[in-house]
Design a binder for this molecule. Structure first.
Ligand code: 5GP
Length: 183
């Protein structure tokens, strides 16, 4: 375990099994169709990479990056920093996100992408923290449900670090108070 963590919540093996399970469900649900997977950068990267490797239907990949806001001062205002490269009109679109917390980011994504007239639009999140929800959003595929804890690893960061950890864990107090960065 990384020295800045106090515990591992979801091990590498559990993640692997959970992601394969999601990929199996997605492959069955979209059988005979072509899937457009839209990843929300940067948190989606490790999850999306492992997920699509296990999806058996024809798949296109595209990405969006949205401005993040600090949870305590959340206004629900989200800005697009990087938009999709391709049109999604008449496509079967699956949004892939690392974690749904308040749900405000996903609500914005759904509203925005709906205006581009996809054939279908669904959400796949690796992690869900339902107790923190501020808005009701439809999530079709959920990997793991968490209680209200701030987690890092497998794409999720704290001050830009820990995304590369192959498991999901909780930081220890000293690390959070010390505000460690790479710079
Ligand atoms: P929401 O709009 O649902 O409140 O927030 C979604 C975004 O908040 C996620 O994409 C992620 O960037 C960030 N976030 C929410 N909870 C956590 C967490 O426990 N750990 C990390 N690293 N980021 C989180």
């Amino acid at each position: 375990m990384h020295k800045d963590l106090q515990e591992i919540l979801i091990s590498r093996e559990e993640l692997e099994a959970g992601v394969k399970n999601l990929a199996g469900r997605i492959s069955r649900d979209y059988e005979g169709r072509c899937l457009t997977v839209v990843g929300v950068l940067k948190g989606c990267v490790l999850f999306m990479s492992d997920l699509v490797k296990n999806v058996s239907v024809d798949t296109r990949l595209d990405f969006m990056m949205l401005s993040s806001y600090s949870g305590a001062h959340s206004t629900g205002v989200v800005r697009i920093l990087l938009d999709l490269k391709e049109s999604i009109e008449d496509c079967d679109v699956l949004i892939v996100e690392d974690i749904v917390d308040s749900g405000l980011t996903m609500e914005y994504m759904l509203q925005n992408l709906k205006t581009r007239r996809p054939r279908s639009l669904e959400v796949c999140t690796l992690l869900d923290k339902p107790s923190r929800r501020k808005t009701d959003i439809p999530i079709k595929y959920t990997g793991f449900t968490l209680e209200d804890k701030f987690v890092v690893g497998y794409g999720l960061d704290y001050n830009g670090l820990y995304r590369n950890l192959p498991y999901i864990g909780v930081l220890n107090k000293e690390t959070i108070e010390g505000k460690k960065t790479c710079l």
